[in-house]
Write a protein that binds this ligand. Sequence first.
Ligand SMILES: Cc1ncc(COP(=O)(O)O)c(C=O)c1O
Length: 465
Amino acid sequence: MEKNTLLQRLVRDYKQNHRESERIYKKALQFQIKGGSHNLRLFSPFPFFDRQCLGSKVKDVDGHTYVDFWQGHFANVLGHNPPVIRDSLVRYMKEGYGLMTGFPGLYQSQLAELILNTIPADKIRFTTSGTLASMYAVMLAKAYTNRELIMKAGGGWHGAQPYALKGISSYDRGLDHVESAGLPTGMENTILITQFNDTEDLEKKFMEYGERISCLLMEPFVGAGGFIFATPEYLQKARELTRRYGVVLVLDEVISGFRFHAGGLQSLYKVKPELSILGKAIGGGMPLSALAGKKEIMNLCDPEVKTSQKVKFEGGTFSAHPGSVYAGLNFLSHLIENQDEIYPQIGRMGKKVRQGIENIFTQHGFNVQCTGGDETLVPYSSMVGVHFLKKGAGPINSPNEACNPEISDIDMRESLFKLAMLEEGFNTFHGYGAISYAHSYKEIQESLEAVERIVNRWERYKLKF
Ligand SMILES: Cc1ncc(COP(=O)(O)O)c(C=O)c1O
């Protein structure tokens, strides 16, 4: 069977089983572009609409229950709506702390201290999103170094902010072009792209441009670009070169922060950046992100700065929203206190799934690679990415390979496998997604049995891809 024929069948069945979601979606289309506000949530043919999210599960308006591995954009280390946060927010409201107060609040500095004890930096400022934190990181780096160029690792996603909209994911001309209109004129030429995990390319680019580069912006664990860890050699080289050329190293730990242990990936690599971007988990399910870093750089946003280096990293009505801060404080405290139980458990499940999925597909003659694990460096990874590789291709080690349609069949993962897993009762993302502490071993085992059933069907259909 051709891939498209199977896809049509899956779409037909999905539509039949999600009539209420389709109705809501059609209505939403009248008012919203593509029916929503975040493209990743709007998969084709239309998303299901949730009515309850609890622990490992999500219930939709058509009466289905899914085991969810998307888990709030991977933010929910403890699963959906965990009691520790629910209870703390109820307490917070009852005690009358208020929602949007417009005051610094009792808890902000406590959260700042707690984060800076786990992610070593001098100062931290909270924002409402990772996008904003990454934009301010670049502005601070440019002001601090007084340099014009930005170096970004290809395949990195740092939010839709002007300095990060080159070399993300669309591959028609490779990972080296601007992916949005409406940017300041000439922006394209000020962002250089280096290939992730390619030390030679990094050295070459630094030799050529090093003295003009303000910052190297990169994820130590590339999320959207394929769930790929930086190799220790690559990150060490990045540190060495940035130091040699006076370039600010910005590590984006929006996904990796508090995901692999109660802290940043940087401490496992033993690499200290000048600036760290945090988000997702730090708000415990509430909107909260942050930029943390060296005081010489962070100080540039002090309103007292009188020089031309002053950066207007200020404002934001909802910055450090007191409810988010309180949730974040309780969430991170819980992760830190219980880290010896939480991370080994979700990490062991991650390993089981990565190995399980690869084995199942390999036994049936498919070339599938699971990313998200690297035990030499990260003992406990709960992330699982699935890549359907062309015959003889792989193993993949960078977003350039993960996003290249000649190497990896992205449609296969994002539509065919996604819909097939939904049919089996599992909501996956990038092939699988993130395991939380709310997932049980039984659910993990059942998800592997679902994969086995899907592959058996594909084999029976003699699926061609
Ligand atoms: C690594 C990384 N950086 C930055 C962002 C942007 O964060 P936000 O969506 O909170 O703006 C994301 C979001 O997915 C991310 O994965």
